[in-house]
Ligand binder design. Structure first.
Ligand SMILES: Nc1ncnc2c1ncn2[C@@H]1O[C@H](COP(=O)(O)OP(=O)(O)O)[C@@H](O)[C@H]1O
Ligand SMILES: O=C(O)C1=C[C@@H](OP(=O)(O)O)[C@@H](O)[C@H](O)C1
Ligand SMILES: [Mg+2]
Length: 186
């Protein structure tokens, strides 16, 4: 099966929910940012500091193309992966793409003390989240096969919604209904 790919804003729960989804379904989990950190040996903030956002985006695009070629993985992307049209096209071509949609005020509650996201190290981080949301929400919707709405819900509740949505999506694709049944029973 092609990769199940989580997209959405910083703090939407891509890493948290993606890892849990993979564990429940016996799939390998890869987080794009963690993979970049493992390969470069430095943190995401350090990549931004040394190469700028442009350097980070180059690495992100190359890695996305590579990982979308794999089978039977769950991929958590970084929030900015949809910025490049070529990435959106790749996502649409290959991958079951799940947009975790979380409103910006909830994202802010989760991220206000976070120091690991370089784009939020600005004087007005709350405003920045709202701006990024306004810019990116249409791009996530463009790239997604499935949109899952979340708000102030625990990761387990979000995971349950994702499982329902993916199962429904797969069962609408003919032969994949068999796979979806198996996953649902797991
Ligand atoms: N459903 C949720 N409810 C509350 N906190 C969450 C939820 N999902 C994730 N979090 C927390 O929000 C932060 C960001 O989650 P993360 O999975 O890293 O998001 P992303 O990878 O989309 O940026 C983490 O501290 C995580 O523990
Ligand atoms: O939104 C973004 O542009 C970014 C999101 C981060 O990932 P998360 O969405 O997992 O926080 C990480 O890729 C980098 O800091 C840039
Ligand atoms: Mg993440």
């Amino acid at each position: 099966m092609e990769p199940i790919v989580f997209i959405g804003m910083m703090g939407a729960g891509k890493t948290t929910v993606g890892r849990a989804y993979a564990a429940r379904h016996g799939l390998a989990f890869i987080d794009s940012d963690q993979e970049l950190e493992a390969r470069t040996g430095v943190s995401i903030p350090t990549i931004f500091a040394v190469e700028g956002e442009a350097g980070f985006r180059e690495r992100e695009t190359r890695l996305l193309a590579e990982l979308l070629g794999r089978e039977d993985i769950v991929l958590a992307t970084g929030g900015g992966v949809v910025l490049r049209p070529e990435n959106r096209a790749q996502l649409r071509r290959r991958g079951i793409v799940v947009y975790l949609h979380v409103p910006p005020e909830v994202l802010w509650e989760r991220l206000r003390h976070d120091r690991h996201r370089p784009l939020l190290q600005v004087p007005q981080p709350r405003q920045r989240i709202f701006e990024l949301y306004a810019q990116r929400d249409p791009l996530y919707r463009e790239a997604a096969d499935i949109v899952v709405d979340g708000g102030r819900m625990k990761p387990a509740a979000m995971l349950a919604r994702v499982e329902d949505a993916v199962r429904g999506y797969l069962s609408g694709r003919g032969e994949r209904a068999v796979i979806a049944q198996g996953e649902g029973d797991a």
